[in-house]
Design a protein around this ligand. Structure first.
Ligand code: ATP
Ligand code: MG
Length: 240
């Protein structure tokens, strides 16, 4: 469903992503784990067609990100931490509606979807409030809902729970797991080993732009003879 093949991204002389390859099957959750500056966001931006690789390529649902970016974009829902992309003057529902229309959905389909998403994310109290009046966590939920209004088969989330409280993060986790049970393919980045452990079928550990390890949690535990993933992670990326 997703193939990253030797992705490289250089910014001037600096190599932010260095020959990263992985594949994610339909219905799988793949977690990209790494420290600040490791190259997670840059990798996800290349998958999302937002950034052109210096070399290598990515294929999503059979579409090459560089040859058919608009086809890729129609298949994916993307959420990048920090930038919610909401219009302040619009309400949550209006924001979602606008994005749904951009994706060719009918008004009635959008209305039904907003009802579902508002329930899933506990947004019913503020779905008709302007984005400018929302707390950070509320905005994040609204942005999350907006990113997947068109029910895409592939979801790319960059640190989807950053800034959320425990309950809100759990709502997002439950939602991601529900998407998986519906057969969606999901890639997300995280700093949190416990989050990755809870959600992912497979993980990739990225360090200084390189994918230093990837596999199922069980495979990694066996390979490194260590049941404590936190410790394993520190060991893999710790040697600075
Ligand atoms: N547009 C850019 N121009 C120059 N350097 C960049 C650019 N975008 C990212 N970088 C650099 O590439 C490296 C990887 O950045 P990236 O944002 O992918 O890391 P990250 O793993 O997402 O980190 P974080 O956990 O802090 O979000 C960093 O050293 C960053 O400074
Ligand atoms: Mg990042």
């Amino acid at each position: 469903m997703i193939e990253a093949i030797g992705l490289v991204k250089k910014f001037g002389d600096f190599t932010a992503v260095d020959n990263v390859s992985f594949s994610v099957s339909k219905g799988e959750i793949f977690g990209l784990l790494g420290e600040n500056g490791a190259g997670k966001t840059t990798t996800l931006r290349m998958l999302a067609t937002m950034l052109k690789p210096t070399s290598g390529n990515a294929v999503l649902k059979g579409y090459d990100t560089q040859k058919e970016p608009e086809k890729v974009r129609a298949q994916i829902g993307i959420l990048f931490g920090g930038e919610t992309g909401l219009y302040d003057r619009l309400t949550v529902a209006e924001n979602i509606t606008y994005f749904g229309e951009l994706n060719g959905m009918s008004r009635s389909a959008i209305r039904e979807r907003i009802r579902q998403l508002a329930q899933a994310f506990g947004m019913t109290d503020f779905v008709d409030k302007r984005a400018s009046t929302l707390s950070k966590g509320m905005k994040q939920k609204a942005a999350f809902a907006r990113s997947i209004v068109h029910d895409p088969d592939i979801m790319l989330f960059d640190e989807p729970t950053s800034g959320l409280d425990v309950t809100a993060a759990r709502d997002v986790h439950d939602f991601i797991l529900r998407c998986k049970s519906e057969g969606k393919t999901i890639v997300f980045s995280s700093h949190s080993m416990s989050e990755v452990e809870k959600l992912c079928d497979r993980i990739g550990i990225i360090h200084k732009g390189r994918l230093v390890e990837s596999g199922t949690l069980e495979e990694l535990k066996i390979k490194h003879g260590n049941n404590d993933l936190e410790e394993l992670f520190v060991r893999l990326v710790g040697a600075k």
